[in-house]
Design a protein. Structure first.
Length: 276
């Protein structure tokens, strides 16, 4: 994972997707970071945007996004708050100004939302940062993903593609995790999953299927009134998910095909024969 720009030597990289669950409250955003740290997540992710450039003024979500919009200077404070606790901070930019600002404050990791897989202008701007890029690919077909990957690949080799179902929430029966294997065959990069079910089981199955970046919307507890409550897990659930992912990590092992330490007591009973 380190060779792809992820700040971890682990097999799996966990993302607590805070997104806009802070509701535009910088202090609450800091508390969400603190909560993600307690849960053991590898990183926290936000959304950086200018509402007027993200959606039209008559969009049904304009007022929600405007209410949740944080000023640019808040993100530098949040980044410093995260860094002080040794959890990686990154964000999804939705416009050129946001890309430029996030680059200026030293982000090493950028996220592209599923909605922007077909936004070649934004993809080009993100690619020009030459940083690690995580791209969710909900709603996208293979041709669209290939074109987006080509644009990113022109400037950076550090790419992760996340299988995603853009339904909020997603039913387990719609998770379609077989796509993870298909993406691993098609693309020479890290493959992961951005999950929108309302539990932790699907990300665990995704990890077992080979997804290495696991992103999950996040809130502090079930009492928290937040925009993405329907697809967010709590600190307790996130902690359990991370613990189970670390367990899967141990089960996966190192991948060496050789005599293991656990087999040393039984190797004496192997039955060799003469060559046939």
């Amino acid at each position: 994972m380190k060779s792809y720009g992820f700040n971890t030597s682990k097999l799996f990289y966990t993302v607590a997707e805070i997104g806009i669950n802070h509701g535009g409250d910088e202090d609450l955003a800091k508390k969400l970071i603190d909560s993600a740290v307690r849960a053991g997540a590898d990183s926290v992710k936000f959304q950086t945007y200018l509402t007027e450039k993200r959606v039209p003024n008559d969009s049904p979500i304009f007022h929600i996004l405007k209410q949740c919009e944080l000023p640019f200077e808040a993100f530098e404070k949040l980044k410093n708050h995260a860094n002080a606790q040794n959890i990686e901070f990154f964000s999804t930019p939705f416009d050129d100004e946001s890309v430029q600002f996030l680059q200026e404050i030293g982000l090493n990791l950028f996220k592209v939302a599923s909605f922007d897989v077909v936004n070649h202008k934004l993809l080009s701007q993100v690619a020009k940062t030459k940083k690690t890029v995580i791209m969710s690919v909900g709603m996208s077909n293979l041709a669209e993903i290939n074109e987006a990957y080509r644009i990113l690949k022109s400037k950076t080799d550090k790419i992760a593609i996340l299988h995603c179902i853009s339904a909020y929430p997603t039913n387990e029966s719609d998770a379609n995790l077989t796509v993870i294997g298909a993406l691993k065959k098609e693309f020479d990069c890290v493959i992961g999953q951005s999950d929108h079910t309302n539990d932790i089981q699907v990300p665990l199955y995704a990890a077992a299927a080979g997804a290495q970046v696991l992103e999950k919307h996040f809130c502090i507890d079930e009492k928290m009134d937040c925009v993405d409550a329907a697809v967010s897990i709590t600190e307790t659930q996130m902690k359990k998910m991370v613990e189970e992912i670390r367990r899967i990590e141990k089960i996966f092992g190192e991948g060496d095909l050789s005599l293991t330490e656990a087999e040393e007591g039984t190797v004496q009973f192997r039955r060799f024969s003469d060559p046939v």
